[in-house]
Ligand binder design. Structure first.
Ligand code: ZN
Length: 216
């Protein structure tokens, strides 16, 4: 299974990505984590990315894709990409790179929620600064308030999850990322699930959406 997860901020992609990767026994490639890890470890690509950031410039897509491909080469099994691609040019570049590796995508899952739900959810979101797990006061509370279940670090509200930032992220999503639905639909890869409801129900719907891929 080689999958991409799409959806607006607040759709619960991070949570579902962990659950689906566990369920299928495939590698979760969370782009943000891999990017930060490369920069922190000062890998050649991390240093390259940092030089753009230090100059106040956007890191070019090929640098990010380079990091993803390096990560993919470490794992021979399937994978689930979360957080990439976010634009049509990135989707084209990824498609080419995976074709060269002989590991094209099997499917792309879009998790859908209304904008107002996204805003309401994200205001309650708390993130682990160490392992990047996310929790939500109402929807997915940690066992102990303010503490990560996975690694025990203190949870924080990311800058990204403040309401005005969330509205701006949704605008960018609609403008740059939503067109990927058509891109993948045209390739016969797109599946869509309703992102409203319980975490486990959304996982079940997602697995249902992939049922034909896993049938022997
Ligand atoms: Zn943690």
């Amino acid at each position: 299974m080689r999958l991409v997860l799409l959806g607006p901020p607040g759709a619960g992609k991070g949570t579902q990505a962990h659950r689906l990767a566990d369920y299928y026994g495939i590698t979760l490639i969370a782009t943000g984590d891999i990017f930060r890890k490369n920069v922190r470890d000062e890998t050649p690509l991390g240093l390259k990315a940092k030089s753009y950031m230090d100059a106040g410039e956007l890191v070019p897509d090929d640098v990010v894709i380079g990091m993803l491909l390096e990560e993919l080469r470490k794992h021979n099994n399937g994978f689930l990409l979360d957080g990439f691609p976010r634009t049509i040019p990135q989707a084209h570049a990824l498609e080419e790179a995976l074709a060269e590796m002989g590991r094209p995508l099997h499917s792309v899952l879009k998790i859908s929620i209304p904008d107002e739900v996204a805003v309401a959810r994200l205001a309650g979101r708390r993130t682990c600064p160490r392992c990047e797990r996310t929790f939500n006061a109402e929807l997915k509370p940690p066992k102990e308030e303010g503490v990560c279940d996975n690694c025990g670090a203190d949870l924080v509200q990311r800058e990204d999850d403040r309401e005005e930032t969330v509205r701006h992220r949704l605008e960018i999503y609609h403008r740059d990322t939503e067109p990927l639905q058509k891109f993948y639909w045209e390739r016969g890869l797109l599946r869509e699930v309703d992102g409203l409801g319980e975490v486990r129900d959304i996982t079940r719907r997602s697995i249902g959406a992939f049922a034909d891929l896993t049938r022997d």
